[in-house]
Design a protein around this ligand. Structure first.
Ligand SMILES: Cc1cc2nc3c(=O)[nH]c(=O)nc-3n(C[C@H](O)[C@H](O)[C@H](O)COP(=O)(O)OP(=O)(O)OC[C@H]3O[C@@H](n4cnc5c(N)ncnc54)[C@H](O)[C@@H]3O)c2cc1C
Length: 637
């Protein structure tokens, strides 16, 4: 396997423009001869499907929900970054590029990140044209707020529902093409496998989740936009349906998996309240614009927040990182919260919480202004905790939120398997070892609206693709393998629920491959996961049968994949003997407890190659060069 990044030559700020000119085009009359399969219709996939159909390609789109409108993207609250510099506060494409490279702790590819910053401005124009109701200033100009890791205000938002509003924009663009017959939408269809013919991705095998029928769909290229895999930890802020199945099966068919261990732990989530929980709730990072984070100075202080006087409070982010304060990046803020809780200064049940306090902001701006900015988030918090955050500080704690790892892609967003393209959270690109807030929506939409419509054309124009039919031997073989796997799951006949396996796996991962990792813990996890997997395949209880709507079977398939992916994550975390961004190896830290990178040995992407069930996966590296933002110790002080 070779990792060719295919980054164009030349100065960073002209690469994409030149590349767009140099890429081969498909003429308009020929576009309608091609079929592109898009799996996933969240922000990335929805944008891609609509844009490619608008160009004239035939698109077959798939999602497992009953409507594209229910994709997990809908949950995004806080906003989307763009270097518009509407605030005149010093922003620029270059600054967004710089912040993203630094935020990712120098573990992302420069050329991709520059392109992302460059395209950010187009996204806002596109979405405004679609009618996305971004917040506006009194005079009509689009409003901005700040997010972590930046000292400028560049985050566009629609109250606390930015993802929902952006998704409605992409969905409407898709619907237009569905109406015109250019997109065929297959909701409630779950991709089970990738069809590879002559070394190229040519289709997918799906299960109709309502009838249980196994179907093959063929095309000239496949785009995966299937989101992140944070639910490997069981408890996360992701929707409970989010899973790794599509990318994991593609990995097993030959697509390299990039940086699987890079996981983002978000600092502001509602703390876990008990074993009954199946998911966690995010309190958007936007709240850190006005909320101040603190814990008592004294260990074991059980007084209520209002009883603790100002001089006995430790606003630890403001103290440790005065330049960025409460808007320090997520990895740093999460670790700082863990540190104060480990010291015994955490608040709330079990001491696993810190305060996010709006008292000062309410005093300064008035309750109405805070309600206007964050009303829906405050309501959500109150509904879940039964505490009124206008009166008492919120209690928050870090939780798994996003996966920077994903299928490895080149500059054209193509995986190591020709014809397979991967966009949005499903790929590994752009965020390095830590994603900055409000940058996931930006990346998903840049990939979908502005990158893939060009690069897919270049692939199709340059590839010689034979027509293949449903009776092709590879198609039949893949279908048989899918049916065989489903049959095996249904035949386990064990006693333990698949949820209990998932929960146990999540605990193992949180403990050993979570916010802090070390060699001993990772070695334990690497021994425990295969044991758990073996037990799953002998003792899981999967009820019902395959020829019907069967949530038990769906869940079993996803958990089985998590049980394999988790092992790769731990392996990757063990091999990366440094700390960077969200990957904090306890053995590698500075005297102040900050992440200590090893640029000499680890300034690279690790991409893993599957080599069959009986062989260990092989680790490949793509070296990273920093020619524009020079490698430096990250500091937010
Ligand atoms: C609570 C929360 C708040 C967030 N807030 C922000 C924010 O304010 N700003 C920001 O930039 N980012 C935010 N993020 C991150 C951001 O929302 C996600 O990274 C982004 O929406 C992912 O988009 P996507 O299109 O890649 O995937 P998704 O929206 O997850 O879509 C995945 C699609 O793939 C389909 N799919 C998956 N597997 C299969 C399969 N096997 N077969 C068929 N279909 C499949 C699904 O049906 C779905 O259509 C937030 C994340 C969370 C959890």
């Amino acid at each position: 396997m070779e990792l060719r990044s295919n980054v164009p030559d030349g100065p960073i700020d002209t690469k994409w423009t030149r590349h767009r000119f140099e890429m081969k085009l498909v003429n308009p009359a020929n576009k309608r001869k091609y079929t592109v399969i898009v799996v996933g219709t969240g922000l990335a996939g929805g944008a891609a499907a609509a844009s490619m159909a608008e160009l004239g390609y035939n698109v077959k789109a798939f999602c497992y929900q009953d409507s594209p409108r229910r994709a997990h993207s809908i949950a995004a609250q806080g906003g989307i970054n763009a270097a518009k510099n509407y605030q005149n506060d010093g922003d620029s494409v270059w600054r967004l590029f710089y912040d993203t490279i630094k935020g990712g702790d120098f573990r992302a590819r420069e050329a991709n990140v520059y392109r992302l910053a460059e395209l950010s401005v187009n996204i806002i124009d596109q979405c405004v044209a679609q009618g996305v109701p971004f917040a506006r200033e009194y005079g009509g100009v689009l409003a901005n707020r700040s997010f972590g890791g930046a000292q400028v205000s560049r985050t566009f938002y629609a109250r606390g529902q930015t993802g929902q509003q952006l998704l409605l924009g992409a969905y409407q663009a898709m619907e237009r093409q569905i109406g015109l017959g250019k997109i065929t939408m297959h909701a409630r269809h779950e991709m089970q496998d990738l069809i590879v013919v002559d070394g190229r991705a040519r289709g997918i095998v799906v299960r109709d989740m309502v009838t249980g029928e196994i179907e093959s769909h063929l095309g000239d290229a496949v785009v995966l936009a299937t989101g992140g895999y944070g639910n490997v930890f069981y408890l996360s802020t992701n929707a409970t349906g989010c899973n790794a199945t599509a990318i994991w099966r593609a990995y097993k068919r030959g697509a390299a998996f990039g940086n699987p261990c890079y996981t983002q732990i978000h600092p502001t989530c509602i703390p876990v309240s008990g074993d009954h929980q199946a998911k966690l709730t995010l309190m958007s990072e936007s709240l850190r614009n006005d909320g101040r984070i603190w814990v008592p100075k004294q260990k074991g202080d059980t007084r209520t927040a209002s009883e603790i006087p100002e001089h006995q409070r430790d606003y630890y982010l403001e103290r440790k990182y005065p330049s960025f304060g409460n808007l320090s990046p997520r990895d740093i803020s999460s670790r700082a919260a863990k540190e104060v809780c480990d010291e015994g200064r955490g608040v709330g049940p079990g001491g696993l919480g810190v305060y996010l306090d709006f008292a000062d902001a309410i005093k300064r701006l008035g309750e109405a202004a805070i309600r206007e900015r964050y009303g829906n988030l405050f309501d959500m918090y109150e509904r879940i905790t039964d505490e009124n955050p206008y009166r008492v500080p919120m209690r928050i704690f870090p939780a798994v939120h996003y996966t920077m790892g994903g299928l490895w892609v080149d500059y054209n967003l193509m995986a190591t398997l020709p014809g397979l393209h991967v966009i949005g959270e499903a790929n590994f690109s752009d965020h390095g070892a830590n994603r900055l807030g409000a940058s996931a929506l930006m990346q998903g939409l840049a990939d979908g609206y502005f990158v893939i419509p060009y690069t897919i054309g270049a692939y199709l124009a340059g590839a010689k693709l034979e027509k293949i039919g449903a009776d092709h031997a590879e198609v039949k073989r893949t279908e048989i393998e899918v049916s065989g796997r489903i049959g095996r799951l249904l035949a386990i006949g064990g006693k333990r629920t698949t949820s209990s396996f998932h929960r146990e796996l999540g605990k193992l991962m949180w403990e050993h491959c979570g916010m802090a990792r070390n060699e001993r813990g990772l070695t334990v996890a690497l021994a425990e996961i295969p044991r758990l997997r073996e037990e799953f395949w002998t003792n899981a209880r999967v009820v019902g049968d395959g020829a019907e709507l069967n949530p038990s079977l769906e869940h079993a398939g996803r958990v089985a994949d998590f049980l394999e992916l988790a092992e790769l994550m731990c392996r990757d975390a063990l091999e990366r003997r440094e700390s960077c961004g969200g990957h904090f190896r306890e053995e590698y830290q500075t005297e102040d407890g900050e992440a200590l990178r090893d640029d000499r040995d680890f300034c690279h992407v690790a991409a893993w190659e599957h080599r069959g069930p009986n062989n260990d996966p092989l680790r490949h590296v793509e070296p990273l060069a920093f020619e524009n933002v020079h490698l430096a110790m990250r500091s937010y002080k």
